[in-house]
Design a protein. Structure first.
Length: 215
């Protein structure tokens, strides 16, 4: 069976797995943003605390994905829960690092002017610091999304959702009918999702970044 014929006959399954893949990544990134940006805001003024937070997030990112998924089976079982927890862990570092870097990189003169206007620390954070750091934070979110899109495919090893099911099924049946088509479909699906997310982040950046801050 040719590749186009395979896609035509399995289109519903491919679409279902693609949506599952996108949703689990989107959920994981949303959770990671809340955690990483929150920690970044809490520690960016304190060098030692920031180093510890970034160090822990860096260690999580270095754990091989198969090992982390395996470790999570005992407490969380198979499927969605360990997949989300692992993806969140892998997504933390770029977001947290860019949050800290972005907040630290704001011109002190801008903050001094805000203080002179009587702005409280909370208002400075919400009205000035986070908006100015936002382009760099969004870049961290984008990088984390691309990382987790690939790692999410490996979650099929623990019955996780998404396109990894096609990749693992095809590799496990290598030499059989349509095994190559299955594997290629899964890989191409991840690539297409990466391109779509990239376009989405470009649109979000253009819509949410003041014109003077656009690169």
């Amino acid at each position: 069976m040719s590749f186009p014929e395979y896609l035509d006959t399995r289109s519903e399954l491919v679409l279902e797995l693609t949506v599952e893949h996108a949703l689990v990544v989107a959920l994981s990134i949303a959770i990671a943003v809340v955690i990483a940006v929150g920690i970044g805001i809490a520690v960016y003024r304190h060098a030692r605390a920031a180093s510890v937070a970034l160090g822990v997030a860096g260690v999580l990112l270095t754990i091989p994905s198969f090992a982390l998924f395996g470790l999570l089976i005992a407490p969380l079982g198979l499927g969605y829960p360990p997949t989300v927890v692992a993806l969140v862990a892998y997504a933390l570092l770029p977001i947290m690092r860019n949050t800290i870097t972005g907040l630290r990189g704001i011109d002190p003169a801008v903050l001094d002017s805000a203080r002179g206007m009587g702005m409280s620390a909370r208002r400075r954070l919400l009205r000035i610091e986070l908006p100015l750091a936002w382009p760099l934070i969004l870049t961290g979110i984008r990088i984390s999304t691309l990382i987790t899109l690939g790692i999410a495919a490996i979650a099929a090893a623990i019955n996780g959702p998404g396109l990894g099911e096609l990749i693992f099924s095809g590799i496990g049946r290598i030499g059989a009918v349509n095994s190559v088509n299955e594997t290629v479909t899964g890989i191409l699906g991840v690539v297409v999702l990466a391109l779509l997310f990239d376009v989405l982040y470009f649109v979000v950046r253009r819509a949410t970044t003041p014109r003077g801050l656009r690169a």
